[in-house]
Design a binder for this molecule. Structure first.
Ligand code: HGY
Ligand code: MN
Ligand code: MN
Length: 436
């Protein structure tokens, strides 16, 4: 399944699948078919999330499951399992899809064994977690949780299309009137796209929790020679778009002392950021995208735009480093006569996984693997968004050399088998606990 899905791409010759792209539509169709084979009812929501649902089949604490029984307490709760189906550019096949495909196989397995579940299960394939097409990540899970803001909807991609327009197109709505706030409730601003109200799919009390299986994307499990581990927390992250403006000019006739070279300034800043990160334990800082506006070999760069991604498990450390980086930017700009503009495109505080749900997951890891290591995730995950809606837990799966966001990303089938056994055991034990 993961190999077949890995061939569904927007860019022939490499794996790239971005928010609401043609490849995303094909991926939803392919994975939706596998969900149906496993007995799930399938739908795609307004922001492109693929949702497979298995209704409760057993007897829960609330007594026999009644379809739409009186009052909300009669409704069985829902367990959410999932991850994202979008990818970075030239991606590996496992980052995201593993966490969507494994639950489908696990539910199919439980069904074959005739295990009745007193709660419903939704398998989620989020449409956007990486933040590749639009600068801000988690648009899929934010849409699922009703957390998209007017600012999110107004972000533009490289072709100038806004998130709201992309959503309108995906839903076959006229683009001209797309997006805008459809009114504000007391609690939070709700946004919509034309008649589409992008509200939360579930209310807080209806959910047992969100559990995501994901490759570790780091070296710890491989070093411990273990297939899986649980996650204690997901690091906080800040992402920015920086614009440096100097003065374009003739590369051959402009003396060095008279230049305001935007690229030379950005380069000095970027190496300064790297030096700060290297001397701050546990901090990572990355510039992944840089463009010289109207660049040419014989023109002094007048404008440079680049991204900046800064992360740490502790928010106080990340914030203190951001202040240092801000001071560095001011010094470089002043010394070189450059103007720099910051645009914050994403800000997530560190999120602790639910200790109770993680303990239940660790119980299954220990039952299957013997030991249950606990790791902090340096990578961001949809659990960062889902934590506002319900308890969150994550199961990490070993990946070769910790490599990810790279076509050579690899996880071994024997490790999938361990993760599958853990997930199946976890759901079964949860059902027993639920029956009380
Ligand atoms: O960037 C991340 O940490 C994740 O892969 N989206
Ligand atoms: Mn990723
Ligand atoms: Mn991921």
């Amino acid at each position: 399944m993961v190999v077949e899905l890995g061939r569904v791409t927007d860019e022939p010759g490499r794996l790239t699948r971005t928010f609401l792209s043609p490849a995303m539509k094909r991926a939803n169709r392919l994975v939706g078919g596998w969900m149906k084979d496993a007995g799930l009812t399938v739908r795609v929501d307004a922001v492109g999330n693929l949702i497979g649902r298995l209704e409760a089949t057993g007897v829960g604490r609330t007594g026999p499951v009644r379809r739409g029984g009186a009052g909300r307490s009669a409704l069985p709760k829902t367990l959410l399992l999932g991850s994202h189906l979008d990818t970075v550019r030239d991606a590996g096949r496992f980052d995201g899809p593993l966490g969507v495909l494994l639950p489908i196989v696990a539910l199919g397995e439980l069904r074959r064994r005739g295990v009745k579940l007193p709660f419903a299960v939704e398998v989620l394939g989020f449409s956007e977690e990486e933040g590749v097409r639009f600068a801000s990540a988690y648009l899929g899970s934010k849409g699922y949780c009703g957390q998209l803001t007017a600012k999110d909807l107004a972000m533009r991609d490289a072709d100038g299309i806004t998130v709201g327009e992309a959503i309108a197109r995906w839903n076959g709505l006229p683009v001209r009137r797309s997006l805008g706030e459809v009114g504000t409730s007391s609690r939070s601003k709700r946004v919509g796209v034309n008649a589409l109200h992008l509200n939360a799919t579930h209310q807080r009390g209806e959910l047992l929790g969100y559990v995501e299986v994901h490759i570790e994307q780091g070296p710890v499990l491989e070093a411990k020679k273990l297939a899986v581990g649980v996650v204690s927390a997901i690091a906080g992250q800040s992402r920015f778009k920086l614009t440096w403006t100097g003065k374009a000019g003739h590369a051959g006739t402009t003396p060095m002392a008279l230049r305001r070279d935007a690229l030379a300034g950005a380069a000095e800043f970027i190496s300064g950021v790297e030096a700060i990160a290297r001397r701050t334990p546990g901090l990572v800082a990355t510039v992944g995208l840089l463009t010289v506006s109207r660049g040419a070999a014989n023109v002094i760069p007048g404008e440079v735009v680049h991204t900046l991604d800064v992360r740490h498990a502790r928010d106080a450390v990340r914030r203190s480093v951001l202040r240092q980086i801000g001071r560095l930017a001011t010094q470089v700009a002043n010394r070189r006569g450059l103007v720099r503009r910051w645009q914050r495109t994403q800000e997530n505080t560190a999120v602790a996984c639910s200790p109770a749900l993680t303990a239940q997951l660790a119980r299954s890891v220990a039952a299957v693997q013997g030991k249950s290591p606990s790791l902090v995730s340096g990578a961001g995950h949809d659990g960062v968004v889902m934590a506002a809606l319900c308890p969150v837990a994550m199961l990490f799966v070993r990946c070769r050399a910790g490599l990810s966001h790279h076509p050579d990303e690899y996880a071994a089938p024997k490790d999938f088998a361990v993760a599958l056994a853990v997930l199946t055991d976890f759901v079964e034990r949860l059902a027993k606990d639920y029956r009380g």
